[in-house]
Ligand binder design. Structure first.
Ligand SMILES: [Zn+2]
Ligand SMILES: [Zn+2]
Ligand SMILES: [Zn+2]
Length: 232
């Protein structure tokens, strides 16, 4: 974009601010891009960089979002207004603590593997910045969930046996493996159903590539996969 075009966007955005529009819908940005005679993508990116990313870092109160969810891109969920304990206060105290420890450990995984995954290949890149990439959207989504778990299973049998360290995991296949390995003679699928926690997960509803806000994790993943597929 030229200087003049950027100036035009800023003026236009100031106008929108006076009308207290929290963010721009796709159609508005498309209209603006058409008005300027440029493709919409750089306009999206400029608006995101200039207005959305910085204001999200300063304040989380200006945006009316569903359920006080996260705003800024790779920011820890503490900045989002989401509170693990508040969102999951229905859990028994011991379960709440185990689940919290598990999810926080997933969050801390972010910087650890930074830049080391150079052998990975493919258009689907981790949005949490660990460097993972893959050719398969299914694997990508599952990887995203290693950073921000969306489902949790706490082994009912371990709990019943008063195991000090009951098995807790965010992946169905790993849970079934635990039952087969540690609780022989039990029906894995049945224990799976009994062990699923009623868990209200956090997620950042804002797309890291455009101004789109998703209302669910599934929708978010589908939307981001769409961006990567556009690149292929
Ligand atoms: Zn990652
Ligand atoms: Zn178990
Ligand atoms: Zn997007």
């Amino acid at each position: 974009l030229t200087k003049k075009q950027k100036m035009f966007i800023r003026q236009w955005k100031n106008l929108a601010k006076q009308e207290s529009l929290p963010f721009l819908a796709h159609e508005e940005v498309n209209a603006l891009a058409t008005l300027m005679g440029v493709p919409p993508q750089p306009v999206f990116e400029y608006i995101h960089r200039k207005f959305i990313a910085p204001s999200a870092a300063q304040s989380t109160n200006n945006f009316p979002l569903p359920q006080s969810h996260a705003l800024a891109n790779p920011q820890p969920s503490s900045a989002s207004g989401y509170s693990f304990r508040e969102a999951n206060q229905h859990m028994p105290a011991a379960t709440l603590e185990s689940a919290e420890n598990y999810v926080f450990a997933c969050h801390r995984r972010r910087p650890q593997s930074d830049g080391r995954r150079t052998i990975n290949d493919g258009p689907f890149r981790c949005t949490y910045g660990c460097g993972y990439r893959t050719k398969r959207p299914f694997d990508w989504k599952r990887h995203e969930e290693t950073h921000e778990p969306q489902e949790l299973w706490l082994c009912h049998l371990c709990v019943q046996n008063e195991d000090q360290n009951p098995f807790l995991v965010n992946r169905k296949d790993k849970f079934l493996g635990h039952i087969k390995g540690s609780h022989k003679g039990w029906e894995p699928e049945k224990i799976l159903n009994m062990s699923k926690l009623k868990f209200n997960a956090d997620f950042n509803p804002r797309c890291p590539f455009c101004a789109e806000i998703s209302t669910s994790w599934e929708e978010r993943c589908k939307h981001i996969i769409g961006h990567y597929e556009d690149e292929i």
